[in-house]
Design a binder for this molecule. Structure first.
Ligand SMILES: O=C(O)[C@H](O)[C@@H](O)[C@H](O)[C@H](O)COP(=O)(O)O
Length: 232
């Protein structure tokens, strides 16, 4: 299935439109299967969309939420993706959703993989809606270019992998590329002209460089619904 681009005149319009799209998909999943699953990314981009989505009038008690990836910090840390989800998404009506954390008290994500995989065993699969961000180096989730664990995380049939980014802070735990690619719908949520240009470069059909960009490797493997929601 081809990649659909959705462009918006402002961040507010993007956040509202993406929140409404996600809510519609979660409601459809609940209607069809009695439950829905959503995996979201961290970083700075999604906070406004989270706040809009949190107000959606759906049966949040039937919605399961987890993260696509997490920094290996405790949930009260300023860099925690879980903290951002709790502060912006698990509020209002969405506070009734079931959130599965990707962190525990282990010293490293490598040590925690088995325990966190066990938590995800109850998470409805395939994931109904999976939201990806993208970094300025073309990373997505915690699939970072030149990370020692990148190839393993792109090939592993396990749900999770531990990654130490070459330059970004914190060790990471991340959904593996095959797990991401199995989602019923993958949405890339990015803003800014530079990220649009980078994504277009990464998706360039005839360039030898695309495979340097994990975002390209992920989108090449997604055979279900895939789209980009973007504003300048
Ligand atoms: O833990 C993370 O950092 C994210 O999951 C990561 O993949 C993020 O989506 C990109 O780095 C974009 O981050 P910004 O939205 O802050 O640009």
């Amino acid at each position: 299935m081809s990649l659909q681009w959705h462009e918006f005149a402002s961040k507010a319009q993007l956040d509202t439109a993406l929140a409404n799209h996600i809510a519609d998909r979660l409601k459809a999943a609940i209607d069809a299967r009695g439950a829905a699953s959503l995996a979201v990314s961290g970083g700075r981009t999604p906070a406004g969309m989270f706040a809009a989505l949190a107000q959606a009038a759906i049966d949040w008690r039937r919605v399961n939420i987890t993260l696509v990836d997490e920094r290996w910090v405790q949930p009260d840390h300023a860099d925690s993706n879980e903290r951002s989800v709790r502060e912006h998404l698990l509020q209002g009506p969405a506070a009734q959703a079931h959130f599965i954390s990707l962190v525990n008290g282990a010293a490293t994500p490598h040590e925690a993989l088995t325990a966190i995989e066990a938590r995800l065993a109850i998470f409805p699969s395939p994931i109904d809606v999976l939201i990806l961000g993208m970094g300025d180096d073309g990373h997505t989730a915690s699939l970072f270019p030149n990370a020692a664990e990148l190839e393993a995380a792109c090939a592993s049939e396990a749900q999770l992998a531990a990654v130490t980014p070459p330059v970004a802070p914190h060790q990471r735990i991340t959904l593996t590329l095959p797990t991401i690619a199995k989602a019923r719908e993958v949405i890339v949520h990015i803003t800014g002209d530079s990220k649009k240009a980078l994504l277009q470069t990464a998706l360039g059909e005839d360039k030898p460089v695309p495979l340097q960009y994990p975002i390209r490797r992920v989108l090449d493997r997604v055979t279900t619904g895939k789209s980009v929601f973007w504003t300048a």
